[in-house]
Unconditional design. Structure first.
Length: 524
């Protein structure tokens, strides 16, 4: 198998995405995950940009990486300075990273209008910068900025620049599709032309996603002979993002027959994707190919019926090969096959009468505004109710929520919950940051004496959506609550015209699910 090296620029290009800012600790955590996953090159940052970037290089040197090489990013020398006096090149050397990535101009328009030097002067400064860092013992990657746009307008000049870099001893020439406007056929043809013009050079590809073609363009370049691919985890980056390495790695390994991180690392791909989303403090993109939560989620009854007979009918790969999982969604659009598929883990998937009964319950509830796609905990409780095996852990007598704002502007929220467990009444008052937090606190205090395992459970997400917006302030709302314990993650749902009541229903389902889940685990 031909090998394609993977160059990750999440810590530099990825940080240019709107709303993303990694701390030093974040960058170090991501670097270690990338190394563990088998990424070949980790671009640590723009060396001359700020003290945090330099601190990263200093700290990462003290940590033992098992596989990846750290690359420091910078510019070719300024037109009015020598290589010895250039601050960007000096910063790269100060990083003491084993590899350096130099970005240089290959589009004549950028040379004359942005860099404002002569065309021959730009060729010279690119070559001198590469040669200077090579003499210092670094591996050098030349990022040929705007190469494809430059080639389309003046191919002779673009080729002259990268030929000079090759002659200066560069290790890899990365052709950059910087504006993201090319289509795959263009990238294939131009990369092929470069391979013919520089037959001994190692070629890489760096694509942006402005035409939604970054992954396809990267794969086209590999087909044309590129053997290094640059990109970011989840495709994060400036404007519409960079090439998504999650999709590229999976496609190269599973579809195109190239070696990248290896089949033993590939099952950790989804985990890596979600880790980067978490550190970046942004919500995961549900429909990302391969790694998204919806990548193998099936809702149409026809599809689910076929999948239960043969998984390859509506899945292009086994989800487990990339660390993802198959999900069957339940909604009013579902058929009995969806319900039977969901019942497989309850060992009830042959009970068509039960499936029909549950489907009718789902359709009725969804007509009221419920939705079970993100509320599998509530769906499992629905199954138990249909079976007649549901047993509530407590009986609510009443709850009350009071919100007061004093003259100083301080808001105090207080919740009172009165309930009965095994004939014993609990009457608890608790304060919280808001009505839901106060209710959650009061409910837990009421129950933890009877059910100590509730201490392991935490509410981690809370979403509210208006179901029938035309009703204005009298509209129904749907509340989705996500909870977790040390073993599992689950969602529950509540619907009401009153947001507090909808929240209470979702909270109760979350607690009930935890209690019944733990009880079932003890029995087994």
């Amino acid at each position: 198998m031909d090998r394609v090296t993977i160059y990750d620029t999440t810590l530099r290009d990825g940080m240019q995405a709107e709303g993303i800012s990694f701390s030093l600790a974040d960058k170090l955590l991501i670097a270690h995950r990338l190394d563990d996953f088998g990424i070949d090159y980790i671009e640590g940052g723009y060396a001359v940009a700020n003290p945090k970037e330099m601190e990263f290089f200093q700290q990462i040197r003290q940590r033992k990486l098992r596989h990846a090489r750290i690359a420091a990013f910078g510019n070719t020398r300024r037109a009015d300075l020598t290589v010895e006096a250039d601050p960007s090149l000096a910063a790269i050397l100060q990083c003491q990273a084993p590899a350096a990535t130099l970005v240089g101009k290959t589009w004549d328009m950028h040379v004359t209008e942005v860099l404002r030097c002569s065309l021959d002067g730009n060729v010279l400064l690119c070559a001198e910068s590469v040669a200077y860092l090579k003499k210092k013992g670094l591996e050098v990657i030349f990022d040929a900025e705007h190469f494809f746009d430059g080639y389309k307008r003046n191919p002779a000049y673009s080729l002259k620049v990268i030929a000079a870099a090759a002659e200066a001893g560069v290790d890899v020439i990365a052709l950059c599709e910087t504006n993201g406007g090319c289509l795959p056929q263009e990238v294939y043809e131009i990369t092929t032309a470069v391979r013919k013009a520089l037959p001994g050079a190692a070629i890489g590809i760096h694509c942006h996603n402005d035409s939604d073609c970054a992954v396809a363009n990267s794969l086209a370049a590999v087909c044309a002979g590129a053997r290094q691919v640059q990109g970011t985890i989840n495709g994060i980056g400036e404007r519409t993002g960079n090439a998504n390495l999650c999709s590229i790695i999976a496609n190269l390994e599973l579809k195109a027959g190239y070696a990248t991180v290896g089949p033993e690392k590939l099952p950790h791909l989804t985990e890596l994707s979600r880790f980067v989303f978490e550190v970046a403090n942004i919500s995961p993109v549900m429909n990302l190919p391969f790694v998204g939560a919806s990548a193998f989620a099936h809702k149409a009854g026809l599809h689910v019926n076929a999948l239960r007979k043969n998984k390859s009918t509506y899945e292009h790969i086994d989800p487990s090969t990339v660390g993802n999982e198959r999900r069957f969604l339940i909604s009013e659009l579902s058929g009995q096959s969806n319900v039977l598929a969901k019942l497989e883990r309850h060992k009830l998937h042959e009970d068509k009468a039960l499936a029909k009964k549950i489907l009718a319950m789902v359709q009725e509830l969804e007509n009221e505004g419920y939705q079970f796609e993100a509320a599998e905990g509530s769906f499992d409780l629905l199954v138990k109710k249909a079976l007649g095996t549901y047993r509530s852990g407590f009986v609510l007598e009443k709850y009350h929520v009071n919100v007061e704002r004093n003259g100083g502007g301080r808001i105090v929220t207080e919740a009172t919950v009165k309930l009965t467990v095994d004939g014993k009444t609990q009457h608890v008052v608790s304060e919280g940051d808001g009505p839901v937090n106060a209710l959650d606190s009061a409910l837990r205090k009421s129950l933890e004496g009877f059910y100590p395992n509730l201490c392991d459970m935490h509410l981690i997400d809370y979403k509210v959506r208006v179901v029938n917006a035309r009703e204005g302030t009298a509209a129904r709302v749907r509340v989705i609550i996500e909870s977790r314990d040390k073993d599992d993650l689950w969602g529950t749902v509540g619907v009401s015209e009153n947001v507090i009541d909808a929240s209470w229903k979702a909270l109760v389902d979350s607690v009930e699910y935890k209690l019944l889940k733990d009880a079932d685990a003890k029995k087994s």
